[in-house]
Design a protein around this ligand. Sequence first.
Ligand code: TYM
Length: 335
Amino acid sequence: MENGQIEKKKRVFSAIKPTGNPTLGNYLGTMQYWGGMADEYDCLFSVADLHAITVAIEPKDLRENSKRLFALLIAVGVDPEKCILFMQSHVAAHSELCWLLNNYTMFGEARRMTQFKEKSEKAPENVNVGLFDYPVLMAADILLYQADIVPVGEDQLQHVELCRNIAQRFNSRYSPTFVMPEGKVPKSGARIYSLSDPTAKMGKSDGNDIGSVFILDTPEVIMKKFKRAVTDSDTRVCASPDKQGITNLLTIYAALTGGTVESAEREFENSDYAAFKTRVGEAAVARLEPVRTAYERLRRNDAELLDIMKSGAAKAERLARRTLEKVYKKIGFVR
Ligand code: TYM
């Protein structure tokens, strides 16, 4: 704050889509940091419901998942009084900007997206255009709010890179319009793997597989999943490329306790696997149990939740329209 000028806070935007059941991976990879960012940054967080229909989903599941995720974001610490928290589909500007940006996105660059390739292979019967266009909608989410920082897990960095390419292309075709956003991943926990297959990402849509710890699992279920976590035939608790199960558990412990994998290795150098797995489970329960309690309280009153959605959308709408109008004018639309 020099010469009496008020320094503008940097803007943060992130979102999560309401498919499946939110996991410890979502929590450690990004959600756990969102609440705390509001002190330093100007924050917007969204439930990316438009993104959820690129894979087949039942209407009742979309509705319930959306409310659950919205309440869960508040339960993990996102304060709707300090941040703008809203449902993506409540702000029509997201779909509008997506269409406009489609025309500044190259087919070839969208085709290179790893997630598109993976999802196409997983559900070859439903490789729809929405699935292909998904990263462009994500770019619209970010660029609408002129976000400087996009906190995400590692798997979304490629999409943020594409967003930067689109912004760059638009800015140089017309004139500076969009802020160039930067993806930000945490030091530990940017990629959490499944407890039953430590080569695969821990995912929301993996049913009740014991490999995924869900944020809303009960303490008993969480402990059971950690105790059954796949390890190896060695006995030393240390990180190494041929000990992916143990490395993943060390990463989870580090991300839960704010430490590093190295500090976790030192803490457990004299432990056996069983004692180590129990401690990681307990650390997860200690973090997730208060979240579950807060969540249950919030879900007792859906009307209140809908009110919060409405006021969040109104605030987001104002900011989004400002950017969108600028974009329409630059392209040459009559306004
Ligand atoms: P989604 O809903 O798949 O995941 C939400 C966030 O959780 C992170 N994440 C993980 N982090 C660590 N380990 C894991 N196993 C793990 N699984 C998921 C993701 O990286 C993500 O940060 N397209 C996005 C949602 C979105 C978005 C946006 C994000 C829509 N618009 C704009 C940022 C900015 C997605 O599907 O995330």
